[in-house]
Ligand binder design. Structure first.
Ligand SMILES: CC(C)(COP(=O)(O)OP(=O)(O)OC[C@H]1O[C@@H](n2cnc3c(N)ncnc32)[C@H](O)[C@@H]1OP(=O)(O)O)[C@@H](O)C(=O)NCCC(=O)NCCS
Length: 174
């Protein structure tokens, strides 16, 4: 499964992505905006374990963001269980040397379309830590709406903070 996004491509993870993944992911400015499961420092072992955990997934929910030559980031959807089965949380990051070029906005638009059309989702959402205006802006540019401020929702690096809930429902994306 591959999705073309301009000069970039969303494709499945491959074990050969370990060096590039480690190079781009080993960045505190990225880790500070993600769950603690995304470690800092980020080692080759972490990259290998992540890629292996993705292998053979039932549905293609997690993609590499890649240039022609290497992996530069990641986007994925965590589909909810039970009554939340048509709702998915979207997560993403991209290497710092690619920031502020519009890449993630294009990637998120294409991925959201894929999640509605191919994964059958009706709602996509993301929670953004209060100190991350770049991600909030990406979500807005991709058509997501802010649904609320989740007070004291996250504990990151020993700090308890608010998060902003953004969502896009399928009918609004059409
Ligand atoms: C958030 C992230 C994915 C953005 O990717 P990107 O490819 O740089 O995003 P884009 O270039 O498409 O858009 C970024 C927007 O944020 C804006 N922005 C960047 N820094 C900003 C800041 N400090 N304050 C306000 N806006 C900011 C940019 O100006 C741009 O908006 P514009 O097009 O209106 O000028 C990237 O910075 C990243 O990987 N961060 C670390 C991980 C992360 O935060 N993941 C999301 C967790 S919810």
């Amino acid at each position: 499964m591959e999705i073309e996004v301009g000069e970039y491509k969303l494709r499945p993870w491959h074990i050969d992505d370990v060096p590039a993944l480690t190079k781009h992911a080993n960045n505190k400015r990225i880790a500070d905006n993600l769950r603690d499961i995304f470690p800092h420092p980020y080692t080759e072992k972490d990259a290998r374990e992540w890629i292996q955990s993705n292998h053979g997934a039932e549905r293609f929910t997690d993609f590499v963001i890649a240039t022609k030559s290497e992996a530069i980031g990641s986007i994925g959807a965590h589909i909810g269980p039970d009554i939340h089965r048509y709702s998915a949380e979207v997560g993403y990051w991209i290497g710092e040397s690619y920031w502020n070029k519009g890449v993630m906005t294009s990637v998120l638009k294409a991925f959201s379309q894929y999640a509605f059309d191919k994964l059958g989702m009706v709602r996509l959402y993301a929670t953004v830590f209060e100190w991350n205006p770049a991600s909030a802006r990406v979500l807005e540019k991709a058509g997501y709406s802010m649904e609320g401020r989740l007070r004291k929702y996250v504990t990151k690096n020993g700090r308890i903070a608010d998060a902003l809930l953004y969502a896009l429902v399928k009918e609004d994306a059409e």
